[in-house]
Design a protein around this ligand. Sequence first.
Ligand code: MLT
Length: 263
Amino acid sequence: MRLHLPGLLVAYTDEGEGRPLLLLHGFPLSRRLWRPQVADLAATTRVLAPDLRGHGQSDVTAGPYSVEQYADDAARLLDALNVTQPVIVAGLSMGGYIALAFQRRHPQRVAGLILAATRAGADSAEGKAKRDEAAAAARAHGARAIVDAMLPKMLAPRTYQTRPDLVAEARALMAPTKVTGIVSALAALRDRPDATKQLATIRQPVLVLHGSDDQLIAPSEAEAMTRALPNSRLALLAGGGHLLNLEQPAAFNAAVRTFAASL
Ligand code: MLT
């Protein structure tokens, strides 16, 4: 589905009924990341999954973007859909940074948070420099430069041997992203604030979901977030990589369902 917000055409999935579950994808992906979640979880909840600005079928507006802007886009989508009740906000990786921004800016709209394959801290100086290098590579060589650099780390090492279909799917999720969307998102990643201190202030229940074999964000980040959050639970999926929702949909969905039922 598509909907015009002022200044942004947003493409989104809206399936099922019940308490809304807002799914925020990572970089440089699209809402198709949530393929294994949509059909399954829509049996018990209303699944809302937008393509973030600059990704998928949503508008590629001029950048740079910010995690706050992505979060406000999501809030505006909820407004447009007349979703007034608090929602469960689930974000994977960059989607997790955005979920934290959403909680900062729209706390009354959050029933619970799911932070998957993500972290609370900001980029180091070295990390920020790498974002700029990645942006330069994307400008010079196109999305392919980013896909080739990221694909070997998106899944658990074992998945590359056992699941060529998932490797192809991960590539297909990233490959269509436009250079402007990539470069603008890299600025949002680079400039995102440190949310570590925010964690202690989050009153809502939080499910932290992480793969033990995540090559992009270490499980120690998930453990640290879980310790800092007053009301949280960690589900560490053994053998899961960065895109753990694709690699282990049954375990991922079961954790989400249990969490949603507990609210
Ligand atoms: C993501 O998967 O969304 C990004 O890799 C996160 C990041 O680079 O920090």
